[in-house]
Design a protein around this ligand. Structure first.
Ligand SMILES: [Fe+2]
Length: 331
């Protein structure tokens, strides 16, 4: 089979994206100056592709690999420090039209992991997004991963931080994102370390009083937001929403994450109280090396809890969510 070439789509007009236009619609020098340092919002033109309508997304879900797709809901009995914890759902055998209806009507959201990388017509967009960002900011986002989030009006993403650089490209609906300061009060090293040694968990302990210090952004369709690496954030939907989330690892992020693994070991095994902020560059590099070594040696135990499936999608039930006897996800 011939390898995929974006030019083929362009030539054959299979792809509705207008190649004469730019993806970033309102980028200025000010954006370039602030990108990566502060929270920035900017316009994008993903809607123009026609790939985020209900029909297009249903077709996408039908062909997306099942092991790269999550259908999630939220718990009815939240832990106050970790509210809005996700539940994993079983959607096997459910028509994707029904999954879409559930995302519109229920307490459900759908995450199509790496959809922007896996499917050629979406990959074209991802390359355009990061090609233009690279032109404007000089950073290399060629390894960026992009997922598509389809979420219900009452979906909430809990207070957390990301270990990699993240951008939220909002496409349909309205959502509010809260971004919090990067101090120990909001993201303590101990909590960062706990996330650094986990592959699945990225939630941070939350306190409603944190909101007083947060900056809230009401995202409109066609607006993207990028924030400084590791800034804690949470998201509330106010309508059915479709967004693309992208992430990419940078050298700075990798050094910090590995150093945090080392600090987790130092804290856990030797009872010391390391603080990333007090380490200079040399110490951070040394710790990053130690973190890499620890990982390779399998020294850090995996603290992941298994991914438990606890509900299934049922079109016969109002809200579409039916609890099931929990089982470890096997699909
Ligand atoms: Fe995030």
């Amino acid at each position: 089979m011939k390898a995929f070439d974006p030019k083929d789509l362009k030539a054959s007009n299979l792809h509705p994206y207008n190649w004469g236009e730019t993806m970033l619609t309102d980028w200025t020098v000010r954006h370039t100056e602030r990108f990566g340092e502060e929270t920035v919002t900017f316009g994008h033109d993903l809607t123009r592709s026609g790939l985020f309508t209900d029909e297009a997304l249903i077709e996408l879900m039908k062909k997306h690999p099942i092991d790269q797709m999550d259908v999630c809901s939220m718990t009815d009995e939240p832990d106050p420090r970790f509210p809005n914890q996700f539940l994993t759902g079983d959607f096997r055998g459910v028509p994707m039209e029904t999954v879409m209806a559930a995302a519109k009507a229920g307490r459900v959201f759908v995450n199509l992991r790496k959809a922007m990388n896996i499917h050629p017509e979406y990959r074209v967009l991802l390359d355009q997004m990061f090609g233009e960002l690279a032109e404007q900011t000089g950073f290399d986002g060629s390894q960026a991963k992009g997922g598509i989030l389809i979420s219900s009006p009452i979906s909430q993403t809990p207070y957390h931080f990301d270990k990699t650089e993240t951008i939220l490209w909002h496409i349909r609906g309205e959502k509010r994102i809260y971004i919090y300061p990067m101090t120990q009060e909001f993201i303590a090293d101990e909590d960062y370390e706990a996330v650094a040694v986990s592959y699945r968990i990225d939630d941070l302990p939350y306190d409603a009083r944190f909101d007083e210090a947060a900056t809230a952004y009401d995202l409109q369709p066609g607006q993207a937001i990028a924030w400084p690496l590791n800034a804690p954030h949470r998201v509330d939907n106010s309508s059915f929403c479709v967004s693309v989330t992208t992430e990419y690892a940078t050298r700075a992020a990798s050094i910090k994450n590995n150093a945090m693994i080392a600090n987790a070991a130092i804290r856990g095994k030797f009872g010391m109280k390391p603080g990333y902020q007090y380490d200079g560059t040399v110490k951070r590099f040394a710790k990053a090396g130690l973190g890499v070594a620890l990982r390779k040696m399998g020294y850090m135990e995996r603290k992941d809890s298994p991914d438990l499936v606890s509900f299934k999608i049922d079109p016969e039930v109002s809200g579409y969510v039916v609890p099931t006897e929990p089982f470890v996800r096997n699909f």
